[in-house]
Write a protein of this length. Structure first.
Length: 690
């Protein structure tokens, strides 16, 4: 924005020189100093001149301009205001007084004065251009462009006005982009090329809009247009690397960043070198080359301690490696240096979210929006948090059948209400009816549950569900209490530990419902993640049943992430089950059961609103000393966001792994889930904004 003001300053001076008709050789040296932009020296010159001729109006105006443009706008305002008392209708003094208000950023005060001036002098180029620039500084770009066009109609192709128009278009385009009106923003930027073909500012801004709207091919093409010199080529490579990342081609992004890094050292441009190394380390992080990224950050920090861009890299690496403490500390250090930093404010919000400090994350995001109104990423972040806490109702309906001639249908309605970021409640009602098509035995269950969930500490949550299970078999019925208590923790980075107790009634089929078997499960789940794509999950469970039988189960899975987008995992599962008593005529209860399988799991997006999931596993199972048999199971689902508040999920699964009933068992389930957000925002959202 400073460039067009500078040209405007010169244009008014030229106007002043011509209008005054003064060709005094004694002031020529001062005029030359003003023309060259040597305002401090001009101020000294005219101050000295006024000692010998204190009433010279031209010298006073030139002195006012000199001191105002050399950093003392308030002194210039006072001088011109005093002169207006002597010459109240003098146009030269009026226009210089108005302009001095712009130097002091008093745009609101200048606006009505310029409006009066152009009403009196509608064909005066300096007044019209001054009004246009005042409107532009107030970000009233639409009106500003109309007035700058009027100025250009007075003086066609005037350089100052043309440059002002360029910056007005840049500012107006930025407004459209912030409102996510990308097409309008792009058109304004393209219009700049009429006056300034292949203008560098316009190209960079246009490429940035393409990145924001994820038009990566157009962004790349625009950066290639920008690359007309060695220096600009490196800037373009940095942009193309980011475009590759947005296009989910991180390996390509790193390759391009390495090329830029190798080229930038030859130019000896410190600022460009920083930007290039910044992109290179980012690309290392995107590709999960965390050790190399840490080495680069340490090397950069040793010579550039506490630089904001290096702190941002440390914070980003911390987020990718789940070291949220480092991330928060780094963003705090950035904000200490610059409290309005966008990266610092929104970055801290993301780090607090990763650290499970949800309320603090909300506040950091709202603070970002206070500084950067309607900023897309900040609004998207808040919307993500809102979706996690907005009251909702979910309907789950499914139909199952197996090779034991059992069929079942069930529907579960669940309401979830969050009263704060720490406390939520759930209410659910499940109805299940099951029938054996051979024996014609029928049964149904009604399960009514209420749940309370409270976050004791960040990453430590206590969940409690309690209710009643009413089951009916033919002419008999019974009601049993049910309970599910779980303590979910993340004791260390990349580790999850769950301790649980569950009391449930066996309701798999009609025969088991008839026997009123209540199971008390005591469980421990542990998952260990790593930063090198390997993970290990283990579940231990001990079950005591009301028929005096007990069961012990161990399940462990070693898995590896092959791809991130879409997420592709593969691994090996092992399961071991043992029962104290063997009651094969009633339910599957071997002394020993072992199963080992390999699996593959893929999750991703078909489009912005449609997600998919598919998994398959195959291997062998062995019941006691019987021969091994092959097992196979598969599951697939398709989820679609119908509207902002309504989503649907269709799924199906098949398994022939031994179950609660028998080995050689085959089971199929088909289902649908519908989720509806009951309100537009969490019920505590307004309180957070205060």
């Amino acid at each position: 924005m400073m460039t067009y003001k500078y040209y405007f300053t010169l244009s008014v001076f030229f106007f002043l020189n011509i209008f005054s008709g003064v060709a005094q050789n004694s002031m020529e040296a001062g005029f030359q100093l003003l023309e060259k932009g040597q305002f401090a020296a001009a101020g000294i010159f005219f101050e000295s001149y006024l000692k010998s001729d204190p009433e010279n109006k031209t010298a006073q105006i030139c002195y006012g301009r000199a001191i105002g443009l050399s950093g003392e706008p308030q002194k210039a305002i006072a001088l011109f205001a005093t002169m207006l008392e002597t010459y109240p209708e003098d146009f030269e003094i009026q226009i210089n007084y108005n302009e001095s208000l712009l130097w002091d950023k008093q745009y609101e005060k200048a606006k009505p004065l310029y409006a009066d001036l152009v009403a009196d002098y509608p064909n005066n180029f300096g007044a019209v251009l001054g009004y246009a620039n005042t409107l532009s500084n107030l970000k009233e770009y639409k009106e500003a462009l109309l007035w700058v066009d009027k100025a250009l109609s007075i003086q066609p192709k005037n350089e100052s006005a043309t440059i002002s128009k360029k910056y007005m278009r840049l500012g107006y385009a930025n407004q459209f982009v912030n409102q996510q009106l990308y097409d309008q923003g792009k058109q304004l930027l393209k219009d700049i090329f009429w006056d300034f073909p292949e203008d560098k500012d316009a190209l960079l801004n246009l490429a940035n809009v393409y990145l924001i709207s994820k038009e990566v091919d157009s962004a790349k093409t625009t950066y290639l247009r920008y690359a007309t010199s060695p220096k600009d080529s490196i800037t373009a490579l940095n942009g193309i690397s980011l475009a590759a990342h947005i296009g989910e081609k991180d390996k390509k992004a790193l390759h391009i960043a390495r090329i830029a890094k190798s080229k930038v050292l030859k130019l000896k441009d410190p600022e460009l070198t920083e930007r290039t190394y910044d992109r290179y380390v980012q690309a290392l992080i995107w590709n999960r080359k965390f050790k190399t990224a840490q080495e680069q950050i340490d090397s950069l920090e040793s010579t550039n301690p506490q630089r904001k861009w290096i702190l941002a890299l440390k914070a980003t690496l911390g987020l990718y490696t789940s070291n949220t403490k480092i991330s928060i500390e780094s963003y705090d250090a950035i904000l200490t240096q610059d409290s309005t930093s966008f990266d610092g404010n929104l970055g801290k919000a993301n780090a607090l979210f990763a650290a499970d400090q949800i309320e603090n994350a909300y506040h950091a995001a709202f603070k970002t929006l206070e500084i950067y109104k309607n900023q897309k990423d900040a609004m998207g972040f808040i919307e993500k948090l809102n979706l996690m806490h907005t009251p909702n109702i979910e309907e789950h309906a499914a139909y199952t059948f197996d090779n034991g001639n059992n069929i079942a249908f069930y529907t579960n309605t669940k309401v979830d209400v969050s009263f704060s970021t720490k406390f939520r409640t759930t209410f659910s009602y499940l109805y299940r009816t099951t029938e054996n098509t051979v024996t014609l035995n029928k049964a149904n269950s009604h399960v009514l549950l209420a749940g309370l969930e409270y976050k004791l500490l960040p990453k430590t949550t206590l969940k409690t569900i309690f209710g009643l299970n009413n089951s009916r078999f033919m002419t008999t019925a019974y009601t049993q209490p049910v309970l599910d208590i779980k303590l979910q923790m993340q004791p260390y980075k990349l580790q999850n530990l769950n301790l649980g107790y569950q009391r449930e009634v066996q309701n798999f089929n009609a025969d088991l419902i008839e026997r009123e078997i209540v199971m008390n499960h005591y469980s421990l789940d542990y998952n260990l993640g790593t930063n090198f794509n390997l993970g290990w999950y283990t579940q231990l469970m001990h079950t005591q049943q009301t028929d005096t039988n007990t069961r012990n189960l161990i399940f462990t899975s070693l898995y590896y992430t092959l791809l991130r987008k879409p997420t592709l995992k593969t691994g090996v599962n092992f399961q071991y089950i043992t029962f104290k008593d063997q009651i094969p005529t009633i339910y599957f209860s071997p002394d020993q059961y072992k199963a080992i399988e390999i699996f593959i799991d893929v999750r991703g997006k078909f489009s912005k609103k449609t997600n998919f999931m598919a998994s398959a596993a195959t291997g062998f199972q062995q019941v006691e000393q019987d021969p091994q048999t092959a097992i196979f199971r598969t599951e697939a689902s398709l989820q679609h966001q119908i509207s902002k508040r309504l989503s649907a999920n269709l799924y199906g699964k098949y398994s022939n792994i031994a179950s609660a009933t028998a080995a050689g068992f085959e089971f199929t389930e088909l289902g649908v889930k519908l989720k509806w957000l009951l309100t537009k925002k969490p019920i505590f959202h307004t309180k957070l904004e205060e």
